[in-house]
Design a protein around this ligand. Structure first.
Ligand SMILES: Cc1cc2nc3c(=O)[nH]c(=O)nc-3n(C[C@H](O)[C@H](O)[C@H](O)COP(=O)(O)OP(=O)(O)OC[C@H]3O[C@@H](n4cnc5c(N)ncnc54)[C@H](O)[C@@H]3O)c2cc1C
Length: 328
C-alpha cells in the first residue's frame, strides 16, 4: 500500500500506508464522529465525492448508501487520492429525555429514555446515542418492540470510558440525548415460534437478550428459550430474581446465571456462560442462537455453536467492541 492524499473540505491530509481514513483524520485532529472503530456502529460514515470507495469500506451498508458512494472511514484504506465529505447527521432521527436512571449492579445502570417520536425496531437491535458535544456510542435496546416511545438501556461503566463514565456520573433525569435509527441484525423475528432459542450474554450483553426474550414471550414463542448470563463474580450479575420469576411464569423459559471465578452459591453455575451452555446443550441442530457481549466470547461461541450442530445462518451476534481488555 502507498501513501494517498485525501481532501476533506479544503484540508489536504496524507493517509499513510496501512492507515484508515478515520485514523488519518484523528491524527490530524479533525473533528469527526466515530464510535466502535470496527465497522459496526456506522458512526464514522462518510461519502466519497469523486470515485467509488474501496468495496470493503462499504461492508454492512445498504445498497442505496453503497451506490451513493458512502463508506465507513474506519474500514477505508484508500487506494487512490480521494475527495471526501461528511455525512450530515440526519441519521440522528429523534431525541430522548432521561426518565429513569437506576443501578442494576455496582457497574451497570438502567437508563430509560422517553422518545420524542416512536421508533420502529426489532427487539435486540441497537441505536447510537449522541451526547451534546457529539460523542457517539452504540447501546442495545433492552426492551421489546411494544415500547416504541420508551427505550431502556443497560450501560456498563468502563473505568476511563468517555461515554459510560459520563452516563454513570453526570447524566441526570430530564437530560436529552440524540438517537440514531435502530441498527443491527441480531434481533428476534416471530417467524418460527417453535424453534428452540439459546441466548448467551456476558455483562451488559444481557441488554439485547432481555429485549429478545421479552419479545419472544410476548409473541407467544413456544420453543424452549434458554438464557445463560455470565460474569466474573456474583456482583457482576443483575436481574437474577426477575429472570427467575420469569421461569416461574413461562415453563419454556430456562435461566442459568454463571460466574467464572470462585465458588458460586447453589442457584448459580460455575464457569463461563458459554462453556456452561455448550456443555449442557450438546446438540444445537435446529436452534437459533443469540450471542452478545465481549468479542472474545462471541467469536469463540460462534465456532462452538457451529461445532455443536447449529447452522451458521441461525447464529446471530452482537460483539460489544471496546478498547478495554477485561474479558467479562
Ligand atoms: C453493537 C454494539 C452494542 C453495544 N451495546 C452495549 C450495551 O448495551 N451496553 C453497554 O454497556 N455497552 C454496549 N456497547 C459498548 C459501547 O458502545 C461502548 O463501547 C462502551 O460503553 C464504552 O464506551 P466509553 O465511551 O465509555 O469508553 P471509551 O472511551 O470508548 O473507552 C473504552 C475503554 O478503553 C479504555 N481506553 C480508552 N482509550 C484508551 C487508550 N488510549 N489507552 C488505553 N485504554 C483506553 C477506557 O478506559 C475504557 O475502559 C455496545 C457496542 C456495540 C458495538
Amino acid at each position: 500500500m502507498a501513501e494517498h492524499k485525501i481532501q476533506l473540505d479544503d484540508q489536504h491530509i496524507s493517509c499513510q500506508p496501512d492507515e484508515s481514513i478515520l485514523n488519518a483524520l484523528l491524527r490530524e485532529k479533525v473533528d469527526i464522529s466515530y464510535g466502535c472503530q470496527q465497522g459496526v456502529c456506522q458512526s464514522c460514515m462518510m461519502r466519497s465525492l469523486d470515485s467509488p470507495p474501496p468495496s470493503e469500506s462499504q461492508n454492512g451498508l445498504t445498497d442505496q448508501l453503497k451506490e451513493q458512494n458512502y463508506f465507513l472511514a474506519c474500514l477505508c484504506y484508500p487506494q487512490q487520492t480521494m475527495r471526501i465529505g461528511r455525512r450530515d447527521h440526519t441519521d440522528f432521527i429523534t431525541h430522548g429525555t432521561v426518565s429513569t436512571k437506576k443501578n442494576l449492579n455496582s457497574e451497570t445502570i438502567l437508563l430509560t429514555l422517553d422518545i420524542d417520536d416512536p421508533l420502529n425496531y426489532y427487539a435486540g437491535q441497537f441505536v447510537n446515542l449522541q451526547r451534546e458535544d457529539g460523542l457517539i456510542r452504540s447501546y442495545s435496546i433492552a426492551n421489546n418492540s411494544i415500547h416504541s416511545k420508551q427505550l431502556t438501556f443497560h450501560i456498563r461503566r468502563l473505568p476511563g470510558g468517555q461515554f459510560s463514565e459520563w452516563a454513570h456520573q453526570e447524566l441526570k433525569l430530564g437530560d436529552r440525548i440524540a438517537l440514531s435509527e435502530p441498527q443491527g441484525l441480531c434481533y428476534y423475528q416471530a417467524d418460527n415460534l417453535e424453534q428452540p432459542l439459546l441466548l448467551i450474554g456476558t455483562g451488559s450483553g444481557l441488554a439485547p437478550l432481555a429485549g429478545i426474550i421479552s419479545e419472544a414471550l410476548h409473541q407467544g414463542h413456544t420453543g424452549d428459550i434458554s438464557l445463560y448470563h455470565g460474569s466474573r463474580d456474583e456482583t457482576g450479575l443483575y436481574w437474577v430474581e426477575e429472570m427467575q420469576e420469569l421461569t416461574n411464569k413461562h415453563t419454556n423459559f430456562h435461566y442459568t446465571p454463571c460466574i467464572s471465578k470462585g465458588e458460586p452459591p447453589r442457584h448459580i453455575a460455575a464457569g463461563r456462560a458459554n462453556d456452561v451452555a455448550f456443555k449442557a446443550l450438546t446438540d444445537l441442530k435446529g436452534y437459533r442462537i443469540y450471542l452478545c457481549g465481549h468479542p472474545d466470547m462471541v467469536n469463540s461461541s460462534k465456532r462452538q455453536a457451529f461445532m455443536n450442530g447449529a447452522s451458521l445462518s441461525d447464529i446471530y451476534a452482537d460483539a460489544f467492541h471496546v478498547v478495554s481488555n477485561s474479558s467479562e
